[in-house]
Design a protein around this ligand. Structure first.
Ligand SMILES: *Cc1c(COP(=O)(O)O)cnc(C)c1O
Length: 393
């Protein structure tokens, strides 16, 4: 490791951009390669049968995965990172910290895959599970009276971008000793650092903004306490869910430009929100950057930016199917966080599994469209929405 690298690591003032640009640079002892080579090896030679080498078998540790784990841990201010094969693997990994009878609290509007996994684990008897509206103080009072062991936060939520007060949940959890886990996928450590707000664990679907190139499914668990991190690393090896070396290499490559991408995407999202907010064919926009948004004040306090996702509820006379089909630059697809702009219709796509009545109760209208803004030029995106809207009324 070069002296420069050590200097950077010792500084407590390193900004995320610097972490992304310097991680693992200078670590290749063989040739001084700037980009750390991919270690595809499964197994590693021992000097002698008594001393276990740093790396012995790639399910347990792998140099490429290690490099990504250290980068992500530093970005979130964690003592330890564990990189796994998907966001869902990360959300499942933390459930190894609870047992039958323990209560886990999750948001009622969490990511669909999280809802499916946690409901299935509950049914199976792995732990008790309750889904609540974490923006409702009365609901939080009731659930914290039951002394939960773990609380999962996901803020902002999908697709209404509801904002949960992380510090409030943390202070409630401290009183009963519950672990607080934040799914930080939607903002990334560039715009929100839950460990700094008191959370114990951060989870990412690195599939989204962190990799950002729509070509790797991956996940990560970043842990404030080193010992708890080791426990999760043990479980990841034990259950065989650690991420692949090639995926780690690609994800690290993607994460080099995380801040530049996300800030650009956020700026375009802000411009699109501004344009749509003044259009009478739009009923309501859901974006924490709007002062009219219910979570605006909390978002301003706990986030460094409002992100690149928003939803719009179009007027009844707008045919949203026509709107989506006439968009030329936006692609109709699920997911988010890549270089490409996407639109989705929650009622018929991501939330189609919900009963229509339940969708209505949750505030998901049939004319609600979610936008995930990519890296195209903002003028082209504005023009694309304008021309498609003309054809949809
Ligand atoms: C996509 C996503 C997940 C699941 O991640 P995968 O990498 O698809 O397994 C979990 N949480 C949130 C908020 C997500 O957006």
């Amino acid at each position: 490791m070069s002296e420069d690298k050590e200097l950077v690591e010792q500084s407590s003032l390193v900004q995320p951009e610097t972490v992304c640009a310097t991680a693992s640079v200078g670590e290749d002892n063989n040739h001084g390669a700037i980009s750390l080579p991919i270690y595809m090896a499964v197994n590693y030679a021992w000097d002698n049968p008594r001393e276990k080498p740093l790396h012995d078998y790639s399910r347990r540790t792998n140099p490429s995965r290690d490099a990504l784990e250290r980068m992500l841990a530093e970005l979130e201010g964690a003592a330890k990172g564990v990189v796994v094969s998907s966001g869902m693997a990360a959300l499942n990994l933390v459930l190894n910290l609870v047992k039958p009878g323990d209560l886990v609290v999750a948001p009622h509007d969490c990511y669909g895959g999280t809802h499916r996994l946690y409901t299935a684990r509950h049914k199976q008897g792995h732990c008790d599970m309750v889904f609540v509206d974490q923006t409702d103080p009365a609901a939080l009072d009731a659930v914290f009276a039951r002394s939960p062991k773990m609380v999962i936060i996901e803020t902002p939520s999908n697709p209404l971008l509801r904002v949960t007060d992380i510090a409030d949940i943390v202070s409630r959890a401290r009183k009963c000793g519950a672990l607080v886990v934040a799914d930080n996928t939607f903002l990334s450590p560039i715009l929100q650092q839950p460990l700094n707000l008191g959370c114990d664990i951060v989870i990412h679907s690195t599939t989204k903004y962190i990799n950002g190139h729509s070509d790797v499914v991956g996940g990560a668990v970043l842990v404030r306490d080193a010992e708890l991190g080791e426990e999760l690393q043990w479980w990841a090896n034990c259950t065989g869910v650690t991420g692949a070396a090639f995926d780690a290499f690609l994800t690290m490559r993607g994460a080099r430009s995380l801040s530049a991408r996300l800030l650009q995407q956020q700026s375009s999202a802000g411009a699109l929100v501004e344009r749509l907010a003044s259009d009478n064919r739009v009923k309501q926009i859901f974006y924490p950057g709007l002062t009219s948004h219910k979570g605006h004040d909390i978002a301003k306090r706990q986030q460094k930016g409002f992100g690149a996702l928003f939803s719009a509820e179009f007027a009844d006379d707008v045919d949203v199917y026509e709107l989506l089909e006439n968009l030329k630059i936006f692609t109709i697809a699920e997911s988010l966080g890549g270089f490409e702009s996407l639109v989705c219709l929650p009622a018929s796509m991501t939330h189609a599994g919900m009963a229509p009545e339940a969708r209505k109760t949750a505030g998901l209208g049939d004319n609600l469209v979610r936008f995930a803004i990519g890296l195209e030029h903002v003028d082209d995106l504005l023009e694309d929405i304008s021309q498609a809207l003309e054809k949809a009324v």
